[in-house]
Design a protein. Sequence first.
Lengths: 472, 834
Amino acid sequence: MPEGAATPELARVTSRWAVDGSHTIDGYRSSGSYAGYESIKAALDMTPDQVSGLVKDATVLGRGGAGFPAGVKWGFCPPGVWPRYLVVNGDESEPGTYKDRILMERDPHQLIEGCLIAAYAIGVAQVFLYVRGEMAHAQERIAAALNEAYAAGLVGKNILGTDFSVDIVLHWGAGAYIVGEETALIESLEGNRGMPRLKPPFFPAAKGLYMAPTIVNNVETLANLPWLVAHGVDEYRSVGTEASPGTRLIALSGHVNTPGVFEVPQGTTTFRELFESEQYGGGIRDGHHLKMFIPGGASAPWFFPEQVDLPLEGRVIGGEGSMLGSGAIVVMDETTDAVKACLRVVRFFARESCGKCAPCREGTTWEEKILQRILDGHGRPSDLDLLLDVADNISPGPYPTAAHPDAGLEAVPFPPRQTTICPLGPSSVAPITSAIRRFRPEFEAKITKRDSIPVSAAPAAPAPTPTAQGHH
Amino acid sequence: MSERPRKIEITDPVEITVDGQTVTAQSGELLIEACERAGAYVPRFCYHPRMEPVGMCRMCLVEVDTGRGPALQPSCMLPVTPGMAVDTTGEKVAKAQDGVLEFLLANHPLDCPVCDKGGECPLQDQTVAYGPGESRFVEEKRHYTKPIPISETVYLDRERCILCDRCTRFAKEVAGDPLIHFAERGAQTEVATFPGEPFSSYFSGNTVQICPVGALTAKPYRFKARPWDLEESESTCTGCSVGCRVTVQSSRNEVLRFQGVDSDPVNWSWLCDKGRFGFEAGNSEDRLGEPLLRDGGELRPARWSDALTAAASALKGADADRVAVLGGARLTNEGQLAWARLAKSVVGTDHVDAQLGDGLPAEVVLDLPGATIDEVCAPGGTVLYLGPDPKEELPVLHLRLRHAAVNDRVKIVSVSPVATGLSEFAAADVHPRPGETAVLVAALFGGDVPSDGVAGVPAEQVLAARELLSGAQDLKVVVGRQNLAESAAVMVDAVAAVRAAVPTATFLPALRRANVRGALEAGLAPGRLPGRATLEAPGSWKDAWGSLPKSVGRDAEGILTAAAAGRIDVLVLLGADPLSDFPDRDLAAKALDAAGTVISVDPFVNASAARAADVVLAAAAFGEVAGTTTSLEGRVTTLAQQVTPPGTARADWLLAVELADRLGTDTKVATAEDLWAQMVEGSAAHAGASTEALADEANVDGVLLALDGSGFTAPAATQVPPQNSYSLRLVVNRSLYDHGTLLSHCPSSAPLSREATLVLGPADAESIAVTTGSPVKVTAQRATITAVATVVDSVPRGTAVLHHNLADADADGVDPGRIVIAGEPVTEIRVEAG
Ligand SMILES: Cc1cc2nc3c(=O)[nH]c(=O)nc-3n(C[C@H](O)[C@H](O)[C@H](O)COP(=O)(O)O)c2cc1C
Ligand code: SF4
Ligand code: SF4
Ligand code: SF4
Ligand code: FES
């Protein structure tokens, strides 16, 4: 089964995935595309500003979803305010996203070295590594690696004999998708219920953990740093595009022959290549053809066969009305029921809503209930407009859009405007607008034919009014 | 209702545009406030001006353009910035607000017809004002068991809850009792208590008041009335001396509810539960509706003319030096003045004391330079706290102090014999041995600190506290009685120590009973006359009243001692119950038994009256008499008459005027206002507090009396004997819910009083081999009592605690009144396993 990079030259963060014992300190030092723990030595020979400059010049884009350049973000810490914290976002829980977990399980030292480099550049003495509650194996591997690194004098006081000292604290989440959102993660770290803070005023770089300047970065973002320091800016930028240089991890799942996590050049690889190449997805399931795909995590508006030749480039995909997000691509072939798929995604958001704000808490649940009712054979013709309007009340239109008229794509709400505190609520809108606009007849068929389950076996539905009934 | 337009002072103006109009706002203030002042009220549920905004409900969305195009933003979270353009009514805003309301209503049960909140419900009101006409939500709603009790008094209906975080935020941020919290997530999110731990907060009733729907209801009011049937007036709570402003609401001549009013210098809209539910006592079946006379050993109903004649003839026949008046701190200012005149001028006795051995001398309250609550809590200040546990005795003052320390960087140096509610957030918290507070206080300001500490406080703690006080500009001191088992002189000495070190310090007296300050201001203390005049310097009172007592009389302890010795022929109990109130119950009992005629003026037959009164004059209670009251900081506010007294019970002031009349003095008083006019005329300190001034809009929060007291001179220091190493020093302190007369008549609060136990620290408990729950024998000079031990870490070695008035008067209970001897500087006890 293929996984990781297609060629050894492309393997930057995945270079030790196939190596036995790569999770130990010896394995880390003796294998891979750069020598483990040499990059931190090199970084400590530079000034912190030089290290930040390197990250800025290379344009290391955040891999957590928003694609914001890490070097620029680090610069947002108000000057002269201490302490500062670095928080590593290892809460990865969006459906279809499983790249950070493998990075943490197979190459924990790479992440630790990435943390050290970032901590040195930002001026941080305490790093919090927040790992999703369910990822027991990753937690164990990181804990073991941290013990090794502390014992080797690579983490802790006076690292490598310099006056640079940093502690890395491993923190286990308790299993909530929303704590992947950076401000909710900070709340959770503080010991509170994981509910997002409102931005503004609580931008972490200014008022984060314990109200101190805090940089939150994704696991993959930081895992790129040792390679970058070892190889330099030019080599980092040698693949990918001007705006999106380097490689990134794509978690491919769904109806392809060989799903997996692949390290691909950013910006140049197309969806078609990813789905069809033997090095990657190995083609849509045999005998079937593509119906739709989610290009960047459950929050992303869906794409359809017309978009398979687009490159995996944040701006291009943004211009088409969706996003690359966390790099999770879910492929669905023609056997997929669009209504069920839509419900599946909406239900995820409804269950994971933190409950803080009314539009998300009540709206996502309402949407889930309507979709379930339609699937249960109790849909009403007015339900589709109702779904769209409820969606609009969570994420109001009209939307700035660069919809692709050639692709038959109408405007979808991206980037979302929101009546909510964080983007989780509006995320539930993406599958609804995508599915209804593209597959309205499928919804209507469910409503008029009531084909899911026999009506007589259904639980008593609220008595429909004559006008609302309007069919048969 | 409880919301008053908030006054703000614009010191740093910012221009913004609200719905096309230019508006001047204060830089940094929240947009929702600026819009409201500009006349554009933005609907809201979660926002509360006294708590941190959370932006949860999303009802207050408005469209804001700060130069980067209009965007929907919650106005409760957004500080104004120059040039901000705001649209509060446009199409997008209306759609968003409609949408939020629809979401909030989606799972709302709409049981308005049976909901207490119906008629005063923001959700109902805003649905009418902004909401959609009909529901598009046809799904099954969320279901929960209908109201569940979350404490003895508060019920939660989770179906009605809109998850605004007001109650939970209040519990955590304001009360510091984070006992309710959100549980579950998404649409299953609910307010919950922790398993097995009820929401037993002294402040729980506030959550009911601020809940924007009918999700939280309070037992005393549930299903009692509909809002539109309520009549209301603004008044002041007389549960303690903090003087919280309240709205008193009644229906059919029965008080049914108190709501806190946002008085900026005082209670910020909060009330404690004792105060909030205290109205229940007024509605008690035990209220006296007619006077009583003792007849063959029994108190029997009498006619007013007979009762007043009996009282008057007892007073008339007695030698003035053998008449004494105890109490008066529960009366209105007007009642106090009328009784002061009756006692001091008409009868001619100076044996008058409003405090029952549980307060501070009048000089400490009136003759020291005063500090207000706001001054004590001013951001960045330093406070030396020498008062009783404010959480137990002055609850809303506790909230203000908590806010000051937690939010406004106020450093509190708390000195008390055992830990208090302040301990959690005080910058320093030291516990001197009982009786040695003054020694410790002196050490806080200088001098050598021996390595083994001062008064039982370790040296490093003394030095750390000294450090905090050393830079203090404008030191504020809160002083009160911390320990009823030591004499008041201990605290007077502590005050003298502060004055010696920091002559500019100002003082807030922390006394518990509601109008104790008013009583002292009215002259209900030995040697005192109204308006801070004294027998030595009577000012205009000599002319106004005619005769005055010749010499300074006895205080409460002296009165009771004299009575016990058979030297008091008439003892008037003015809303006083020495058996429950006086720390030495033994002396109180002897005094009552040996006094001649005992006249009780009270809304109830209290324990002392039941034992000894010959005449009981039925008095009107809170809400039944209009007048004024004076809070601990010297703030005069109005009391409203909202209902009529039961039967023929009469106002206290009227009883004094009638008795004076029967004794041949025409006081020229026809109304309570006449009395107050006499006070304002005769007292420079009261000059600004006339009836007219109090009615002025500008004085909605009342009028502060002059606080420039200067007559305090330190008496000779009290000698405290060294502690015997075999004994423990006793602390007797109060708890919020005790067995006081009023509380015992509040069905909701009475069951909340705690068990009376002997509280010990772990080291002492170990040395006599007892643990929590063990029986112990407590031996003191006068008596031995048995109790059950409670062992807690917060009681220092060498100290033990009993609570005042938790045991019934006659029972053979754990009653410190049986062992405390009035006048002794400290009380030593020996504790053995028993
Ligand atoms: C609902 C929600 C869930 C998120 N979950 C994750 C997550 O699991 N992992 C992650 O790295 N970022 C997640 N993010 C993005 C983070 O808020 C944050 O932008 C990111 O961690 C920043 O790291 P980066 O700059 O390195 O990408 C989530 C955001 C939202 C709104
Ligand atoms: S949008 Fe949803 S997840 Fe985000 S804060 Fe609001 S309720 Fe919580
Ligand atoms: S119970 Fe009331 S105050 Fe508490 S969260 Fe619910 S609606 Fe808000
Ligand atoms: S603190 Fe005192 S005045 Fe305020 S509500 Fe409580 S009892 Fe009443
Ligand atoms: S009042 Fe602003 S969000 Fe609730």
